[in-house]
Ligand binder design. Structure first.
Ligand code: SAH
Length: 344
């Protein structure tokens, strides 16, 4: 009997041991090996070597956000490299197209070819009231869209339309950029958060409105590409050196620097992300493309403190017209809206 019991216990111990071993292999070791592979960081050279358009479909799902090189909080140091973008904007003469162009030629390194087109587009938005505040007009006039439109779209820099930037993402139409920017009514002391860095164009405008711009992008190769673009442009446009950028999921905002006076969301979602609402200052404004996949309204959301807490007010700033932004996605590439959005 005792021999039998000993054998049974030895058998149980052996089974437990094998179980633990297999558990270790499948539960810990294998996932670690697999994930360390999927999180390999692409070098700038590799990213550059791949045509953005051809590789878009493959790359869009390879987010791998937690890499050591470009980790979740890759960021420039706020407060260290501040540049007075709003100050530069205020010092620029507006008067007439000629006065403005001659100041730009003497003081900025923009190619004169685009100045004419940029002025005309800005004045069109002043007429349509898509640019309402003088500060917004100045910021729009200072941001060189031609550097943010990608090479495969040369010739379309100042067309009033969205354009592909690869990776399934787009640079937003100039009029929608203008309208969303004007809705925020940004003051130089405002801390502003953008979700969806994309081409970098929207934050380039924000950098002439506030010295405290924060932007988050989730697609790693796109983040790297735009980060490099800012670093290159920084030599001629120092304002871009003070844009704080992060690789990560913007659904959760940027807790470390919250609260924000203004938040601009540039990807489509059918609800207001609660973490963003939480990180919006009381008295603050958020603008976002809100609605079901393929059909959103540009919504202004104001958060106001009241005696019994906080109230939210919403306003459609595009008078019922709808827009089609690319979907707000999580790290796995799944849309945060209840149904997946159409691909662009
Ligand atoms: N403001 C950009 C718009 C780019 S399109 C521009 O004018 O160029 C929208 C961007 O939102 C895409 O780059 C997309 O990758 C990004 N995006 C989608 N989901 C995101 C998320 N969860 N966090 C951060 N960015 C996101």
């Amino acid at each position: 009997m005792s021999f039998f019991r000993t054998t049974v216990s030895a058998g149980i111990v052996a089974i437990l041991f094998v179980g633990l071993f297999l558990g270790f292999i499948f539960g810990l070791a294998l996932p670690a090996i697999v994930s360390s592979k999927s999180e390999r960081v692409m070098s700038y050279e590799e990213v550059a070597a791949q045509s953005a358009v051809q590789e878009a479909a493959k790359i869009a799902v390879t987010f791998g956000v937690n890499s050591p090189e470009y980790g979740l909080a890759y960021e420039t140091l706020p407060g260290v490299e501040k540049y007075d973008g709003p100050g530069i904007a205020r010092s620029m003469p507006l008067g007439t197209k000629e006065v403005w162009m001659s100041w730009m030629k003497n003081n900025r390194s923009d190619s004169p070819v685009f100045l004419d087109q940029r002025w005309d587009l800005a004045m069109k938005f002043v007429d349509t009231k898509e640019l309402k505040h003088e500060a917004d007009v100045r910021a729009f006039l200072l941001a060189p869209r031609e550097h943010f439109v990608r090479d495969f779209n040369r010739g379309k820099e100042y067309m009033d339309t969205w354009l592909s930037i690869g990776y399934g993402a787009t640079i937003t139409d100039p009029d929608v950029v203008a309208m969303m920017t004007t809705t925020l009514d940004i003051q130089p002391t405002d801390r502003v958060l953008e979700i969806g860095t994309g081409s970098g164009y929207q934050s380039a405008i924000l950098a002439y409105l506030s010295q405290e711009v924060y932007t988050i992008e989730i697609i790693k190769p796109l983040f790297i590409e735009t980060d490099k673009l800012y670093r290159d442009l920084e030599k001629s446009y120092p304002a871009y050196g003070s844009i704080n950028r992060k690789l990560g999921d913007g659904y959760y905002g940027w807790e470390k620097y919250a609260p924000f006076d203004k938040i601009i969301v540039t990807c489509a979602i059918d609800h207001i992300p609660p973490p963003l609402l939480k990180q919006l200052k009381e008295g603050g404004t958020m603008v976002l493309p809100l609605g079901p996949p393929g059909r959103q309204y540009i919504m202004e959301v104001k958060k106001t403190a009241t005696a019994d807490g906080v109230t939210l007010s919403r306003r459609d700033v595009y008078n019922g017209l709808h827009v089609k932004f690319i979907p707000f996605r999580d790290e796995a590439g799944t849309s945060y809206s209840s149904a997946p959005g159409p691909e662009i």
